[in-house]
Each structure stands twice: as C-alpha cells, then as structure tokens.
Design a protein around this ligand. Structure first.
Ligand SMILES: *[C@@H]1O[C@H](CO)[C@@H](O)[C@H](O)[C@H]1NC(C)=O
Ligand SMILES: *[C@@H]1O[C@H](CO)[C@@H](O)[C@H](O)[C@H]1NC(C)=O
Ligand SMILES: *[C@@H]1O[C@H](CO)[C@@H](O)[C@H](O)[C@H]1NC(C)=O
Length: 405
C-alpha cells in the first residue's frame, strides 16, 4: 500500500537524530522522529477510537476494561532513541503522554549488563492498541547527553502485541497511571523517567515541553522533547497554562477544559474536559460535537479512509476552528484541519482529495473525556506537561499558521 518512493522516504526518516540542543541553562532536549506506518485502510480512525475508548475506561492502567477490538499496530508514532544498560544498548521507544510505564523488549531483545537488576515483580499494561507483559527490572537509562538515570524501573516484555517496529514505550503521563501495573500488587506507583530526573536534581522542574512540526512526504522533520522546562526557541508569544481538569476520567491524564468554535460564531463544543495526547493521531470530538462540525463544514464520511472528506470548493470556504483554553483562543487553520495531501496514498486516499483530521471520538459528550487533542493538533502548537504545578501549557509556534498540508 505504500508507493515505493514514499516508503523509502519514510524509512530514511527512521534514523533517529538525537541532537541535544541546550537552550539557556534550562531544559535538556531529546530529538523525536516521526514514523508513519498505516497498514490497513481504516487503521488510523479505528486506532484512535480504540485508544480513546480505553483511555475513557481509565485504561492504560487496569486490565479490567477489556475492549474487543482488533489489535492495530501503532499507526503514527513519535519515538526517541533511549540507551539502557552499561555498556548501553539503543532502543527506539514510543513517546506516550497517555501512559506512564517505561518498557522495552517488543522488538529488540533486552540486553542485560552489569547494571540490570531483576525485581520480583511482574508487570503488564493493556493499551488501546496492544499490550505487553513481562518482568520489572531496574537499569541505567540514558536519554541523551547529561540525562542519565542510574536506576530506573523499566518493564522488560516477554510478550507484547501491537508494537511492530518499535522496542517499547517511554511513558511520560502522570505517575498515577502506573498504579496497578505490577504484580504482586503494590499500592505504590513506579516513578517515571521525568520523576527520577527531577528527584535526582538533573532537571530543576518536573515538567516536559514537546515540539512537533507538520510533515510532508518529502521530509519528515523531527520533534523535540525537553525535560525540565520549555525550549523558548520552539514557540511564539507566551504559554497559556491551565490546571489539570478536575473532571474524571480526563483528570487521570493530561486533561484540560476547553471549548471549540468553528469560525467566529458556531459552537462545536461547549467548555468541557478532554485530554492532550501524543499517542492519538487525529483530533477526536465527542459524537454530538463531531456532528456539528460535519454540518458546519459540509464534509462527508469517506468510506475508504474512514476520514471526513471535503471538495476543493468546500476547502476554499473552510473556516478556522478556535480552541479556547484558559481564556486564550488558539486557531487551528483550515490547512491544519486537513490531512497532508502529499500523504493521501498512505491512508488509502486518492491524490487530489481533501481529508479532514477531525474525527468522531465514538461516544457523546458529558462523559468526562469529550475530546482528544492528538498529534495533528500538537504539530501546530507547543505543549507543556507540568507535574510540579499540575498544569498543561499550550502556545503558538511558527507552524501554527503554516500551509504545509
Ligand atoms: C509497519 O507495520 C507492519 C505491520 O504491523 C510491520 O510488519 C512493519 O514492520 C512496520 N514497518 C516499520 C517500518 O515499522
Ligand atoms: C473544568 O470544567 C468542569 C465542568 O465541566 C468544572 O467543574 C471545573 O471546575 C473546570 N476547571 C477545572 C480546573 O477542572
Ligand atoms: C458508505 O457505506 C455506507 C454503508 O456501507 C453507505 O450507506 C454509504 O452511502 C457509503 N458512503 C459513501 C460516501 O459512499
């Protein structure tokens, strides 16, 4: 399903370029590489909806919520090069703000060294797409220059599904999501990589900044994760911070309150709770809000891709979506609402067609998690995940108004 040239472009992009750039004195950064690997036609939408369902069931945490959906491989991933052990082995770990366990062994086998210590705990996590189970170890984990954790708790998978082509996950969600993942059960949580960097004094603030950029087939640009604060070269203006929402289950994640308008006057979603999530590709809206968006845009559901589709005439009239977060209005332009046309073939679409990245969450609003601002949102805005201050930050970037798609 990949055109050959595109596939090779995407494969080239797999080479991780970790360019640690130190900005001022504060955060230490790690390069992120984007991989697009859509292997079946409805993969993208179904993958995101299944993840949403699992997150709403307070998933990622408990194995109670069994979702009877086919396991899809991760469709679009941002991953980083992480070194474990001494001497170190490199692993490609998916960056996930919606889960908090760090683990490896899905693809490349765990190489034990003098720093590896098995614990007596088994570990297992079920995700919207895929799962893993294995043994909890502690080991030395290096995230780039200056970021070495001598004893990080990590899962080593003996079984995993849904993670072809990547080695595991670097979970950077709230630490409470690790609760219940160990057996015998413990009431304690497993400190995340960010928690340990902070506790060791390696970073001075328990916070992460993430910069993504829109990508096309010709060149896949890297994102950047900065530990310990924000990289001021990656955003414009000031960062709007909002407290983590008090509404459950969004409150278990990087949950925020927001409202959405189409153009200046059409309300799509009244102020409600949802999450910001790097593990979701699309922008998902609760079904009732999604229907308002469909009515406002005149889009039709395309049976081949599973995405909404509009004509070129409709596109020329497509208005911005305005996301109001913490009193600031963030503009998601018409161009930001469409799937990059140069990547239409990857989603089973036809060249020249225009597909939208706004999709149906799969359940109505009022259930405590009414939207997911996934990576198609995050490639237009800088985001900050601040554990110390229990808040999320959003800012404009030079890509907010880009017409890359
Ligand atoms: C893409 O996904 C397929 C199916 O899950 C997998 O076999 C393949 O290794 C993946 N390719 C890359 C480059 O990750
Ligand atoms: C978010 O919205 C809910 C109601 O939807 C409200 O109860 C809450 O106070 C708001 N703010 C925060 C920070 O949760
Ligand atoms: C998509 O499929 C459904 C049923 O399979 C059909 O009712 C609908 O007309 C189709 N839509 C388009 C745009 O082809």
């Amino acid at each position: 399903m990949f055109p050959k040239t595109l596939l090779s472009t995407l494969l080239l992009a797999l080479a991780v370029s970790a360019n640690p750039v130190l900005v001022d004195k504060a955060p230490v950064t790690l390069g992120l590489t984007r991989r697009l690997n859509l292997t079946s036609v409805h993969n993208l939408v179904r993958h995101d909806q299944t993840r949403a369902q699992k997150l709403k069931a307070f998933g990622g945490v408990s194995t109670d919520a069994v979702i009877n959906e086919p396991v899809d491989n991760q469709a679009v991933t941002y991953f980083a090069d992480v070194t474990v052990g001494n001497p170190g082995t490199h692993y490609s770990l998916l960056i996930d703000t919606g889960s908090s366990n760090t683990w490896l062994g899905a693809n490349k086998a765990y190489a034990k060294t003098s720093t590896s210590k098995a614990t007596s705990n088994k570990v297992s996590v079920t995700y919207g797409s895929g799962s893993f189970s294995g043994t909890e170890y502690t080991d030395q984990v290096s995230l780039g220059s200056g970021l070495t954790i001598p004893s990080q708790s990590i899962g080593v998978a003996s079984k995993s599904s849904g993670f072809d082509g990547i080695d595991g996950i670097l979970g950077i969600g709230p630490v409470d999501l690790t609760q219940g993942t160990l057996s015998p059960a413990t009431s304690s949580t497993i400190p995340t990589v960010t928690d340990n960097l902070y506790n060791l004094g390696i970073i001075t603030s328990n916070a992460i900044g993430i910069s993504y950029a829109p990508t096309t087939s010709e060149e896949v640009e890297n994102g950047e994760l900065s530990w310990g604060g924000v990289d001021s070269s990656k955003y414009t203006g000031s960062i709007t911070y909002v407290p983590i929402t008090s509404t459950s289950p969004a409150s278990f994640y990087w949950g925020i309150n927001q409202s959405i308008k189409y153009g200046t006057s059409t309300t799509i979603l009244s102020n409600t709770a949802g999450i910001v999530d790097t593990g979701t590709t699309l922008i998902l809206l609760a079904t009732d809000a999604y229907k308002k968006y469909v009515a406002a845009t005149g889009a039709v559901l395309d049976n081949t891709t599973g995405l909404l589709k509009i004509s070129t005439t409709q596109y020329s009239k497509l208005q911005s979506l305005f996301f109001t977060i913490g009193g600031t209005s963030f503009e998601l332009t018409a161009n930001a609402q469409i799937w990059p046309r140069s990547l239409n073939a990857d989603i089973g679409g036809t060249s020249g067609s225009i597909y939208l990245v706004v999709a149906d969450l799969g359940s109505n609003s009022g259930e405590g998690l009414d939207f997911i601002n996934g990576y198609t949102f995050l490639e237009r805005f800088y985001s900050v995940y601040d554990t110390s201050n229990k808040r999320v930050g959003i800012a404009n970037t030079p890509n907010t108004q880009a017409t890359s798609n």
